[in-house]
Design a protein around this ligand. Structure first.
Ligand code: CP
Length: 320
């Protein structure tokens, strides 16, 4: 694997899931791969899970790790070409990315969308420029439109916990929030689940209120409904997440009632397990009774971020 920015960078998602679970059994079995290799993690936005799990994954593989909080500690970056830099930006991404590539064998990058201009965000301009100019393999720590390390961990969690005789029914369920959040996590989850569905691993449904439909590019083959109750019938896994509107880009539309998952809504599911990428706002986005109850997988899922990151870094190190 030369880079990891979406499911399209993965040859065989089933094999990558198996690799992650094998590393969970034997975390230190590939320390030779990372000896004298350096991972640089570049954050333009906050993070708890991605930061710690990716660092730990690299350490398990014998790598050295450096973290750069670009938003707080770096120079203000210019991304546009052909501008006279007489404003607030201090360093151009051409030099900044190229220099970081001089110090690192692999770079990780987190860069959220601005949620103002849809084309700008969905073109992944910043991310693509960083990849172009750093000249080393890049792993996405969440871009404007995708969060593939999270989605891999989610698929690992489903595969690891599913004990049924038939394919599980997986539901991505929109949830309320007071802020406008990116579509990166649901886009990416949908993209991975659609691929897993095409590979015969599961059945996938998305439920969201009218106006919150994701881009069709991320949902090929998914069943899509505006009824949460309909989607939850017979569900084995419910992936709860808020996102802002794609159509009315970046907007929080009218605040619909009845979309926060609670124990009452689990009646009619197949005693569904509940997932969320975290961080989660309790009793706004997801009820405390679910988070603290036996159906919640959120901590298990966050734990699997480590093995997902380690499986990806291992494949990237093997290609260096
Ligand atoms: N789920 C996730 O990516 O968490 P962080 O934003 O804390 O890294």
């Amino acid at each position: 694997m030369n880079q990891f920015t979406s499911v399209n960078d993965v040859q065989d998602i089933g094999q990558l899931v198996k690799d992650a679970l094998a590393l969970k059994e034997s975390p230190y079995s590939h320390q030779h791969l990372g000896k004298n290799k350096t991972l640089g993690l570049v954050f333009l936005n906050p993070s708890l899970r991605t930061r710690l799990s990716t660092q730990k994954a690299a350490l398990n593989l014998g790598m050295n790790v450096m973290v750069m909080n670009m938003d707080k500690e770096g120079w203000a970056l210019e991304t546009q070409d052909g501008v006279v830099m007489n404003g607030t930006t201090v360093e151009h991404i051409r030099e900044a990315a190229a220099v970081m590539g001089q110090y690192c064998d692999i770079l990780g990058l987190r860069s959220f969308p601005k949620l103002v201009n849809r084309d700008e965000d969905y073109n992944e301009d910043f991310f693509n420029k960083f990849i172009k100019y750093c000249n080393v393999p890049v792993v996405s720590l969440e871009s404007a439109t995708r969060h593939p390390l999270q989605s891999l961990a989610d698929l690992v969690t489903i595969k690891e916990t599913w004990t049924g005789a038939t394919k599980p029914k997986v539901v991505l369920a929109w949830a309320p929030h007071i802020k406008a959040l990116p579509q990166a996590v649901p886009n990416s989850f949908a993209e991975w689940m659609c691929k897993a569905q095409a590979d015969g691993m599961l059945d996938f449904t998305i439920a969201q209120p009218k106006g919150y439909e994701l881009s069709d590019d991320f949902t090929p083959g998914a069943i899509i409904t505006h009824s949460l109750d309909e989607a939850l019938k017979g569900a084995d896994y419910i992936y709860v997440k808020n996102w802002s509107s794609f159509k009315e880009y970046g907007k929080v539309l009218t605040y619909p009632e009845g979309w926060m998952l609670n124990n009452e809504k689990l009646v009619g599911t197949n005693n569904a397990k509940v997932m969320h990428c975290l961080p989660v706002r309790r009793d706004l986005e997801l009820s405390s009774e679910i988070l603290d109850g036996p159906n919640s997988l959120v901590i298990h899922e966050a734990g699997n971020r480590l093995w997902a990151a380690q499986a990806v870094l291992k494949q990237m190190l093997e290609k260096l």
